[in-house]
Design a protein around this ligand. Structure first.
Ligand code: BGC
Length: 550
């Protein structure tokens, strides 16, 4: 199979891209029914291209009762009718590729919706029969007691009784999302078919949703089991067999030591999220101290050269605090989610801009860290304009409101009646679409959107950010985060002042003595580095990217 000639032929492409994450439902409604759709998204591809990102991660768009925003799939190989047709999807892929933008989609393999025909057949089939064994059943609800409950706010057990089956079924997430039984070879084959189906349409890769939980074994916590890794290797062999330049991204919300197992020997996933880094960036900002970031990076093992971390500030879920200590969680809740309704499960259901009280300086600082730490950055739709959230909406819908395009009705997202919209757009004086939208930020040269375009484009000009090595630089001042990225003959010194006050620091840079650092946004030369500590001053929450070239 040849790759699309408009996309450059490089198996490591995922190291160089900036990913934009979006839900088709929330982006742009082309047929005025209140839901975003693929024709609408295709119309907005120019916007995405101009932002400078070159990969789109699409949240689930398959037929679904939408009780978990589409992660509850009832048919793996079709498009939800609200979002358009298969032809619309093909057109979208073609148009994205034409612009050099790759598209990754969701492979939600751990569970289906209880409305999926596989589950409906399984619950009606005879106990112990082939069909029943597509899911995980038990006569009692005491098996696998060491498996934690993930959706603590809504579920009491990982088992739910099914009247028609007269057995309990196993689910790691909502009770309406039964887990598939991967001990059954038929299930494995079915998943390989699903994967091939979307590859043949042209998607460039898959986010493997909830990947640690595929198998259940007594006496374990049912996470990261050897059987899971064997299955991912099987999927990867299939991915590599007929296709070039495709990607697996592991969603494993685990500590780095467990996550790196998902890279295998470069024979499992190409990328994995660095979940524990994200809350520590916010912690460092609030504590005005680089320690939490330094500490988690020190605990991050090296990964194979052809693998990559995926890093992010916010996404469609809660800002997860699963991978921090109970004390750190309490700190984060107090610092960033003072009101009870800002919290869900073990996390915080707020967007980036409200988390930092709409401080432009802090949004810029956080993005400068996101775009320069080792890994491929992911930007959540709307965060490029500093969109707000609606903490009154249930589940994690607080951060899934319609994209704000203009001051027009419904924020330019849809011409439908307000009551038909999938969710209300934001309308308050600070975050509402009248005050905050793409159109006005395009007109305003000092807007966050323009700033985001500039920093993304700067990153895109230097491969060092995606591919370079990473090393902390010793700083006399704990409030200054300092690290160096190096690739071939390029070194970039990244400095971030985590404090809200001006600071100065002495940096140990003697190995670069003789070099004159050049600030990358404005091309201004700084004073030359000598054998002595390098003295540098900072404005509140300011950052520098300094090119060190001999
Ligand atoms: C997704 C969530 C979803 C969960 C269960 C997660 O990994 O990111 O949005 O609720 O899987 O499907």
């Amino acid at each position: 199979m040849t790759i699309d000639s408009r996309l450059h032929d490089d198996p490591l492409w995922f190291k160089d891209v900036v990913i934009y994450q979006l839900h088709v439902k929330t982006f742009f409604d082309s047929n005025d029914d209140g839901y975003g759709d693929f024709p609408g998204l295709t119309q907005k591809l120019d916007y995405i291209q101009e932002l400078g990102v070159d990969c789109i991660w699409l949240l689930p768009f398959y037929p679904s009762p939408l009780k978990d925003d589409g992660y509850d799939i009832s048919d793996y190989t079709a498009i939800h009718p609200l979002y358009g047709t298969m032809q619309d999807f093909r057109t979208f892929i073609k148009q994205a590729h034409k612009r050099g933008i790759r598209v990754i989609t969701e492979l939600v393999i751990n569970h289906t919706s209880d409305q999926h025909k596989w589950f409906q057949e399984a619950r009606k089939a005879r106990k112990g029969s082939r069909k029943r064994k597509w899911y995980v059943w038990s006569d009692d609800n005491t098996k696998f007691p060491d498996a934690r409950i993930i959706f603590l706010d809504s579920e009491k057990s990982n088992w739910t009784w099914d009247e028609s089956a007269q057995q309990f079924y196993w689910h790691r997430f909502f009770h309406h999302q039964p887990d598939l039984n991967f001990d059954n070879p038929e299930v494995r084959k079915a998943m390989l078919r699903v994967m091939r189906f979307w590859l043949s349409i042209g998607v460039d890769g898959f986010r493997l949703d909830a990947i640690p939980y595929l198998f259940e074994r007594e006496g374990t916590n049912c996470e990261n089991l050897p059987e899971t890794h064997a299955l991912i290797k099987e999927l990867r062999r299939e991915l590599d067999k007929d296709y070039k330049n495709k990607l697996f991204l592991a969603e494993a919300n685990q500590l780095p030591g467990d996550v790196i197992q998902y890279f295998g020997n470069s024979d499992e996933c190409h990328m994995a999220y660095h979940f524990p880094l994200m809350p520590r960036i916010f912690m460092a900002l609030h504590q005005e101290n680089a320690h939490p970031i330094i500490d988690i990076m020190a605990r991050t093992p090296h990964i194979p050269f052809d693998c990559q971390w995926a890093i992010f500030l916010r996404n469609h879920d809660e800002l997860t605090l699963e991978m921090v200590t109970p004390d750190e969680r309490d700190y984060m809740w107090k610092a960033y989610a003072a009101q009870e309704r800002m919290r869900i499960n073990l996390g915080i259901k707020r967007r980036l801009a409200p988390l930092v009280d709409n401080s432009m300086k802090q949004i810029e600082l956080l993005n400068s860290i996101l775009l320069s730490m080792p890994g491929t950055p992911i930007i959540y739709y709307g965060d490029e304009i500093g969109m707000g959230d609606n903490i009154y909406l249930g589940d994690r819908n607080s951060v899934r409101t319609p994209m704000q395009w203009s001051v027009d009705r419904n924020g330019g997202f849809s011409k439908a009646q307000f009551a038909s919209l999938f969710a209300p757009p934001l309308m308050d004086p600070i975050w509402g679409y009248q005050a905050l939208n793409v159109e006005s930020q395009l007109l305003d040269k000092s807007s966050l959107l323009h700033w985001m375009k500039t920093i993304i484009s700067l990153r895109q000009q230097h491969q060092v950010f995606g591919r370079g090595s990473f090393e902390f630089i010793s700083s006399s001042n704990q409030k200054i985060l300092a690290y160096i990225r190096s690739h071939e003959d390029e070194n970039v010194l990244c400095l971030a002042n985590l404090s809200r006050y001006p600071q100065f620091a002495e940096l140990e840079l003697s190995k670069f003595a003789g070099i004159t650092p050049v600030e990358m946004f404005g091309q201004s030369a700084f004073h030359a580095i000598t054998e002595e500590p390098y003295v540098i001053t900072f404005g509140p929450h300011s950052f520098y990217w300094l090119l060190l070239k001999r």
